[in-house]
Design a binder for this molecule. Structure first.
Ligand code: KG4
Ligand code: ZN
Length: 332
């Protein structure tokens, strides 16, 4: 089966062609165009602007993905597309483009939940077995999910306020760094002492599977306001922030795996590119920990195509609607 995946939920336009033979999934192409550098000039994403950039890029990116894969439209078995959650304008561009292509090329259309798609980046590189506890950590989400099968998953908990990636990004912004701030903070953190500053680990000991990062953000803000930050101190502050985020995440994900008697943890989303998060989780969890390589952690078309390989097509492709508020519960 050869499948095209299209991702346009935010500021990235992604298209990828994957082939699946037996259990083996191969990336034939994975093309990405991002308006992040344009958005970062304004200090964050302007939804209308992101949507306009999606319109400019989407057909070019899809054409390039097919061309790099050396695949003709008639060779495709299906088209998978992100239909939510995300920015409505951006989502509409991908959904309407994929609907049109599915109609013109007479190909099945597979709607993919972006959040589930993030986890399926792991299927491209690893042999994934059910059950597992999934930790999704991105710019917009921090969620814990128990996966029992491709269509059987249970939401365990998530952030009550900011996402882990958002905490990285907003704290980076307080230090004057552009979006996305996570990679910058973690690079500086490598040269710093994670114990140098005492930052809170909110909800670390709560009995649920929820997270909270807004209090940590405020504590970080207070430190930035009251400390002269230069050279090593700046690295120490970044290392202390990174450690506080990692500790909060790891505590809950390991507890979720233990309580549900699961020996596999799968991490996904942009923050899964954080090497320290993955290495500490591997050190502390007595089981298997999987995460995608960094280029498949952040938004891309390959993860959408990968999920599409395990999902049923929609009966009438022209009825597909973008759902900006889609969540991880199965009934929406
Ligand atoms: O999954 P993603 O591309 O977008 C959403 O769907 O939100 O994730 C982007 C997020 C940003 O918050 C970015 O700062 C964070 O992933 N991120 C990282 C790292 N690389 C990306 N955070 C911490 N360490 C990293 N190495
Ligand atoms: Zn994402």
């Amino acid at each position: 089966m050869i499948i095209l995946g299209v991702e346009t939920s935010c500021d990235e336009t992604g298209a990828s062609v994957l082939s699946k033979r037996g259990d083996r999934i191969e990336i034939l192409s994975n093309v990405l165009s991002s308006s992040a550098s344009l958005q970062s000039k304004y200090g964050g994403i302007i939804p209308e602007q992101a949507a306009r950039e999606q319109i400019k890029a989407v057909t070019l990116v899809i054409e390039e993905a097919l061309s790099q894969a050396k695949v003709k439209p008639e060779e495709l078995g299906a088209i998978a597309v992100t239909y939510g959650p995300g920015l409505i304008g951006s989502l509409l561009v991908g959904v309407e483009t994929a609907k049109t292509l599915s109609w013109v090329w007479k190909k099945p259309l597979i709607p993919v939940n972006h959040l589930i798609g993030h986890f399926y980046a792991n299927w491209i590189m690893h042999k994934v077995k059910f059950p597992f506890v999934g930790l999704l950590v991105s710019g917009g989400h921090s969620d814990l999910v128990l996966f029992k099968g491709h269509d059987s998953y249970e939401y365990l908990g998530g952030t009550r306020d900011d996402a882990a990636g958002e905490c990285f990004d907003k704290c980076a912004r307080m230090l004057g760094y552009k979006y996305p701030g996570g990679p910058k903070i973690s690079k500086m953190a490598q040269k710093g002492d994670p114990k140098a500053f005492n930052l809170p680990r909110p909800m670390k000991d709560s009995q649920d599977f929820d997270f909270s990062f807004s209090g940590l953000k405020t504590a970080f803000y207070n430190l930035v306001e009251t400390t002269t930050l230069k050279g090593r101190k700046l690295n120490d502050l970044c290392a202390s922030l990174e450690q506080a985020i990692i500790d909060s995440l790891i505590e809950k994900v390991i507890k979720a795996a233990q309580i549900n008697k699961v020996d596999q943890i799968i991490v996904a989303g942009g923050v899964a590119a954080n090497e320290k998060l993955i290495s500490e989780l591997k050190d502390r969890f007595k089981g298997v920990v999987l995460s995608p390589p960094p280029f498949l952690c952040t938004d891309n078309g390959a993860m959408i195509a990968a999920r599409g390989l395990f999902e049923r097509p929609i009966k009438n492709p022209l009825t597909l609607q973008a759902k900006p508020g889609l969540s991880l519960s199965l009934d929406n």
